[in-house]
Design a protein around this ligand. Structure first.
Ligand code: SF4
Ligand code: SF4
Length: 277
């Protein structure tokens, strides 16, 4: 391992929604916004190859979000942003398009949520056509769990219909609320077989979650940086602080005892042992 090339950055943990599946509901962390100058310092020190702007909050609430993406892009990072889509305006979309953003992802988990933001998705798709640009790739991201199993095929059809370029699916992993259950491996296999058939018939890209393993890909190649610059192995382990501050050097962190111990503990970590991501 030469360093940690992939960084998931949490611009803020404020959110304008209160989704019932969100672990944000069970967190007692202070709320805040990432300091823009601190973010720039972190990028300059670490030059991540990829930065995903997404944490336990809505990134578009951060007033400096366009500057963050533009700065990271200008320093060579591939950038992706996941939003609930509700705050996207024509003006903001245009600024994001000009910032160098590679991927704009609309996160939903129920069909009615997709309907609610369909005008925002259409806005982004239309803007991309009007500007005749290749980037950002416009994607819908769906959290799959028991309660929306019957909606998944319709979500795929509607996402394709809206003109987005792909749909990503990932499993739910809510540590605190047992009401939100993931599909069993068999149910998942059956559903994903149906999804693959639909994807082929629509000629529409569907990215399905990979088999879970530990140390997982996320822990091996990336870190999560909270809005207040706590560097942790992933967003589910936001209390497992490996280092802190905007001046953390990820190359050094990758060689640190704390990081190596975390990886070598494997499934002994109580959260990782339950994780199915
Ligand atoms: S929009 Fe995202 S961060 Fe906000 S409450 Fe919903 S799932 Fe959580
Ligand atoms: S909780 Fe553990 S296994 Fe799950 S994504 Fe995070 S580091 Fe990986």
């Amino acid at each position: 391992m030469l360093g940690i090339p992939i960084v998931q950055v949490e611009p803020t943990n404020h959110c304008n929604r209160d989704c019932d599946i969100c672990m944000r509901r069970s967190q007692s962390r202070a709320l805040g916004f990432m300091d823009l100058e601190g973010f720039k310092a972190f990028v300059d020190l670490n030059k991540p190859s990829y930065i995903g702007f997404h944490g336990w909050g809505e990134p578009l609430l951060h007033r400096g979000i366009v500057s963050m993406v533009a700065y990271a892009s200008s320093r060579g990072s591939v950038t992706s942003l996941i939003t609930n889509g509700t705050l996207l305006s024509e003006e903001l979309a245009e600024e994001l398009f000009k910032s160098g953003l590679r991927e704009l992802v609309f996160g939903v988990y129920r069909f009615k949520m997709l309907e609610e933001v369909s005008s925002k998705i259409a806005l982004a798709v239309g803007l991309k056509e009007r500007l005749r640009v290749k980037r950002p790739k416009i994607v819908v991201d769906v959290t799959v769990y028991e309660d929306n199993r019957s909606e998944i095929l319709d979500l795929v059809r509607e996402a394709a219909n809206l003109g987005v370029e792909a749909i990503n699916m990932h499993r739910i992993f809510n540590l605190h609320d047992p009401r939100h259950r993931a599909l069993s491996p068999l149910e998942e296999q059956e559903l994903f077989d149906e999804v693959k058939r639909l994807s082929r018939s629509l000629k529409f890209e569907v990215v399905l979650p990979k088999r879970h393993e530990f140390p997982c890909r996320i822990a091996r190649y990336s870190v999560f940086v909270t809005w207040d610059f706590k560097v942790t192995p992933c967003c589910f382990l936001y209390n497992e602080v490996l280092a802190e501050g905007p001046h953390v050097k990820l190359k050094e962190l990758a060689k640190s005892r704390a990081y190596k111990e975390f990886l070598s503990r494997g499934g002994l970590n109580p959260t990782c042992s339950r994780c199915i991501i």
